[in-house]
Design a protein around this ligand. Structure first.
Ligand code: KG4
Ligand code: ZN
Length: 335
């Protein structure tokens, strides 16, 4: 039987990544994280697209080399069409279009949020359908009913900030470096989650809101710092633990609600915030109580990577979902 070798490219935000998948098995996953944004405390779109332009060719070459695949063995090239930053998406999209033309292979466009969920199909154990996935990243917070590899329905999402934003903006207020999520995670592991209390938003149904808790943290810090200028430094672990506890509790409350409403016991998390140890641990504990079967991706497949784009490209290839050369990026691509 013929080998199905596919190349996939991810460039939606600040990671330039390429991956090769053969017959559904990921053979390489090269991720180049742009460090230039650190000194600005957030992703600068203009600099991100320039850096993608600079990294994309070496990253693709490295992915092919590691997989021991030559260009003429490839059957298609997949790429992230959106959602993401336009300038970043344009680099990956244009590169994939040129690559497809030059090598006379079809193009396959991939939705980045669908790919975060399909990261669960890179390794065993793979979730059974239907399952509910809580997708949590820097730009999204969604509860998704996953009916098959390519059939997904958003059950609820955030009405304002994403939970990743709540982590990153909270971290900024605490003087922690970008990206703040992992820094909060690190401090939280040493602190008391019940030291301080922050409000849980009372959104209807399966919607989320994270702007309130972020503002609550701001007022709390302003008040405490007025009383004691060293308050943050002296209590950083407890503040992080309490803030993270509130964010995770909010996520789990809605996840529980969704599983009950839809009578589903197979539960997964995906996206960058799925790397958070507080969320991973609490999900395991809640899963045991609720008798869920819980699926948590490996760390490297939580944050942005092209392996998840490769696995999505593979399922689309099998379904013969090819994309025209006239395609352009969709910064607000809906699931
Ligand atoms: O999925 P992702 O890599 O990029 C987007 O598609 O947005 O997610 C990035 C987000 C950032 O907000 C980052 O702070 C957060 O994921 N993140 C974490 C952790 N690792 C990454 N948040 C909390 N704890 C972590 N360990
Ligand atoms: Zn992402």
């Amino acid at each position: 039987p013929e080998n199905i070798a596919l190349l996939a490219i991810e460039s939606s935000c600040d990671d330039t990544s390429a991956s090769v998948i053969i017959n559904g098995e990921v053979k390489s996953n090269i991720v180049s994280t742009q460090l230039i944004h650190k000194k600005y405390g957030g992703v600068v779109p203009e600099l991100a697209s320039r850096a993608h332009q600079q990294y994309i060719l070496p990253v693709v070459d490295a992915a092919l080399k590691e997989a021991k695949v030559t260009k003429n063995e490839l059957k298609a090239v997949g790429f992230t069409r959106g959602p993401g930053l336009l300038g970043s998406l344009l680099v990956g999209t244009s590169f994939a279009k040129g690559f497809a033309l030059a090598n006379k292979i079809p193009l396959i466009e991939v939705n980045h949020m669908q790919a975060h969920i399909l990261a669960h199909f890179i390794d065993e154990p793979k979730p059974q359908f239907p399952f509910i996935c809580l997708t949590v990243s820097g730009g999204h917070t969604q509860l998704v009913l996953v009916k098959s590899h390519l059939d997904m329905e958003v059950l609820g999402e955030t009405q304002d900030d994403a939970v990743g934003e709540a982590f990153d903006k909270g971290a900024k207020m605490l003087g922690l470096n970008y990206p703040g999520g992992p820094m909060i995670d690190k401090h939280a592991a040493k602190g008391n989650p019940l030291a301080y209390e922050f409000p849980i938003s009372e959104m209807k149904g399966l919607s989320f809101s994270f702007s309130g808790v972020k503002t609550a943290l701001r007022y709390f810090l302003e008040k405490k710092v007025k009383e004691n200028a060293n308050f943050i430094d002296e209590n950083i672990d407890d503040i992080c633990a309490s803030y993270q506890y509130t964010l995770v509790k909010t996520l789990l409350q809605k996840l529980k609600k969704a599983t009950r409403k839809h009578k589903i016991k197979h539960v997964a998390i995906a996206g960058g915030v799925a790397a958070n140890s507080g969320l991973r641990n609490t999900l395991q504990e809640t899963g045991e109580k609720e008798k869920w079967e819980v699926f948590i991706p490996k760390f490297e497949y939580c944050t942005d990577n092209a392996a998840m784009i490769a696995v999505s490209t593979y399922y689309k290839f099998l379904a013969k979902e090819f994309t025209e050369q006239s395609v352009s990026p969709l910064p607000r691509y809906k699931l």
